[in-house]
Design a protein around this ligand. Structure first.
Ligand SMILES: Nc1ncnc2c1ncn2[C@@H]1O[C@H](COP(=O)(O)OP(=O)(O)OP(=O)(O)O)[C@@H](O)[C@H]1O
Ligand SMILES: [Mg+2]
Length: 165
């Protein structure tokens, strides 16, 4: 059945076990070239799970290894003017109310840029359904992380070209 509802349905794309930080960085490096403006990547997972580490590796891949990528914990957003598009890196942990995100011009970011969003659940109803979800969780060693990747149909086909590294 091809309906609008079916097109926005989220499905599991893949689960990955990342044994160490280098594996997380490698995954970010492989995802980076697939991104284009308008993409929204929701980075879920607890404090210290690896969302910023992943974002740093992704931004450095697109903008050069010496790019400074601070955690936007206090600024809530950090904007990078990359060669191909602007990338907005959000950390919404400290957002008090979902609608406060509108003051960050988050809807402009969604429309024109690539958005990496830590603590996406803080956005409540403002979190677009058309997004890629990457959820980090702790695994059985100090440096191991599990990733659950979910998205709609378009992401399923786009991530087919993501090699296993
Ligand atoms: N496999 C791994 N992937 C990512 N980070 C790892 C991994 N193994 C160890 N680490 C370490 O875990 C920490 C992850 O911290 P990071 O700031 O990225 O977490 P976060 O999810 O952004 O947390 P917060 O919710 O506080 O923003 C870093 O110190 C990183 O070096
Ligand atoms: Mg972080």
């Amino acid at each position: 059945m091809t309906t609008a509802a079916a097109d926005t349905k989220t499905m599991s794309i893949r689960n990955m076990l990342l044994p160490d930080l280098a594996a997380t960085e490698s995954f970010a490096r492989r995802l980076a070239p697939l991104l284009r403006s308008g993409d929204i990547i929701a980075l879920g997972g607890d404090l210290g799970a690896g969302k910023t580490a992943f974002s740093r590796a992704l931004i450095c891949t697109l903008n050069g290894a010496d790019t400074e990528v601070p955690s936007p914990t206090f600024t809530l957003v950090q904007i990078y003017e990359l060669p191909e598009f602007d990338l907005w890196h959000f950390d919404l942990y400290r957002l008090e109310a979902a609608q406060d995100a509108l003051e960050l011009d988050i809807e402009d970011a969604f429309a024109t840029s690539v958005s990496l969003i830590e603590w996406p659940e803080r956005l409540g109803p403002y979190l677009p359904t058309n997004r890629l979800d990457i959820r980090f969780s702790f695994a059985d060693t100090a440096t191991a992380r599990c990733l659950q990747i979910q998205g709609g149909n378009d992401w399923v086909s786009r991530l087919e070209s993501l090699n296993d590294g």
